[in-house]
Design a protein around this ligand. Structure first.
Ligand code: NDP
Ligand code: AKG
Length: 411
């Protein structure tokens, strides 16, 4: 089942639990707008190369649409659609005044030079600049993009609309980015994990962790877990995996990845086949890379007792069912990774106010939002006798449906 079919299925199940009117259900399934653009750029060697870029704006009933832009070879319209819809439920679960959107370009960023990436980002921005805006649709980083990508979008957008720092979040601090945004998704994952473990009388220091992906989200999650006394026993990126039953030296590994660009060849552990990371012995598994990685092929072999979905849509519905039957507790993506968009919201607020918060304020507010959402999800689980994924979906869908109804349909 592809990401869109899986996301639609979860949404429909939540709609059924909530007894949602079928007309509202249908209107929430159809995205507000789907944009597909051709992006041709000159290569450094003088040749031309063409890419396809997407921006799907799913829903704006609760506020401007919000979501990252992904650069990855597997970006396709269905996946972007699913990720945009997930953003709508995520912003509603976090109770921040946004709708949902997502963008992407089908490319392999590691095969492009910095100048080629800059040209590609600028061409994409030229094609969509009149369809995004600080009160309509605010992009941010996702897989394969970063603060520099946001700086190029800000600059290109500002050529058409005047200086507009609030047009993107996750931008460099020097251009109005928020302190704490770079770490926010990983930090939110840690706050979410703490809230979940507390329900079982456990804390991070009692647990062993396996983390798939060591980019923005995975590396920050690993660092913060390590600082809290948790034992990270396995990690992986595209280049390979690493295991150490006594706990990996995460600060050392971060330095190694910074210097070499990869996890491979780090001396503080044994090599691990990256495909085995998800079924490695641990208490808590945190996928922080691609979608669909937990599926019917591997779900039955997962050893973890808890799965924290830091990636978007890492668990397909078949795996969801297998893991639930095994008693594995899954903290769903639309809550677990909401720390990023929550601090994006703080960044946007700071840009609009023209006033910068200090990092402690950002982190303390983030903890408040993550803790409050966890308790709201738990209440939905109790009310509807459902698991955490359906608790989060019903919470988000209900808020969006209420906003949609209140706004009405009069032309
Ligand atoms: N950035 C954010 O604020 C947010 C991100 N997310 C989600 O978190 C996930 C990760 O995003 P982010 O950290 O930003 O992305 P990055 O591009 O910074 O990092 C992605 C990481 O995944 C690794 N990776 C890719 N494919 C594989 C694979 N097959 N096996 C193992 N590792 C792999 C990459 O390896 P390598 O380093 O070798 O390239 C890299 O370490 C995505 O699902 C994203 O949608 C969710 C909310 C917010
Ligand atoms: O920070 C944001 O606006 C969006 C982050 C994102 O793309 C996500 O949560 O999946």
């Amino acid at each position: 089942m592809n990401a869109l079919a899986a996301t639609n299925r979860n949404f429909r199940q939540a709609a059924r639990i909530l007894g949602l009117d079928s007309k509202i259900e249908k209107s929430l399934l159809i995205p507000f707008r789907e944009i597909k653009v051709e992006c041709t750029i000159p290569k450094d060697d003088g040749g031309l190369v063409s890419f396809v870029g997407f921006r799907v704006q799913h829903d704006n009933s609760r506020g401007p649409m919000k979501g990252g832009i992904r650069y990855h070879p597997e970006v396709d319209p269905d996946e972007v659609n699913a990720l945009a819809q997930l953003m709508t439920w995520k912003t509603a679960v976090a109770d921040i005044p946004y709708g949902g959107a997502k963008g992407g370009i089908g490319c392999t960023p590691k095969e492009l030079s910095t100048s080629e990436l800059e040209r590609l980002t600028r061409v994409f921005t030229q094609k969509i600049h009149d369809l995004i805006g600080i009160n309509t649709d605010v992009p941010a980083p996702d897989m394969g993009t970063n603060a520099q990508t946001m700086a190029w979008i800000l600059d290109e957008y500002s050529k058409f609309h005047g200086h507009s720092p609030a047009i993107v979040t996750g931008k460099p601090i020097d251009l109005g980015g928020s302190l704490g945004r770079e770490a926010a998704t990983g930090r939110g994952v840690v706050f979410a994990t703490e809230a979940l473990l507390a329900e079982y009388g456990k804390s991070i220091k009692d647990m062993t962790f396996a983390i798939q992906g060591f980019g923005n989200v995975g590396s920050w999650a690993a660092k913060l877990i390590h600082e809290k006394g948790g034992k990270v026993v396995a990690v992986s990126d595209i280049t390979g995996g690493l295991k150490n039953p006594n706990g990996i030296d995460i600060p050392g590994l971060l330095t190694h990845k910074d210097t070499t660009g990869k996890l491979a060849n780090f001396s503080g552990g044994d090599a691990l086949d990256p495909n085995d990371l998800l079924v490695h012995e641990c208490d808590v598994l945190i996928p922080c890379a691609l979608g669909g990685v937990l599926n019917r092929e591997n779900a039955d072999h997962v050893k973890a007792k808890f799965v924290i979905e830091a990636a978007n849509h890492p668990t397909d519905p078949e795996a969801d069912e297998i893991l639930s039957k095994k008693g594995v507790i899954i903290l769903p993506d639309i809550y677990a990774n909401a720390g990023g968009v929550t601090v994006s919201y703080f960044e946007w607020v700071q840009n609009i106010q023209g006033f910068m918060w200090d990092e402690d304020k950002v982190n303390n507010e983030l903890k408040k939002y993550m803790t409050r959402s966890f308790h709201n999800i738990k209440n939905m689980c109790q009310t509807h006798n459902c698991n955490l994924r359906m608790g989060a979906f019903t919470l988000g869908v209900n808020r969006v449906a209420r906003a949609t109804l209140l706004r009405g349909w009069e032309a």
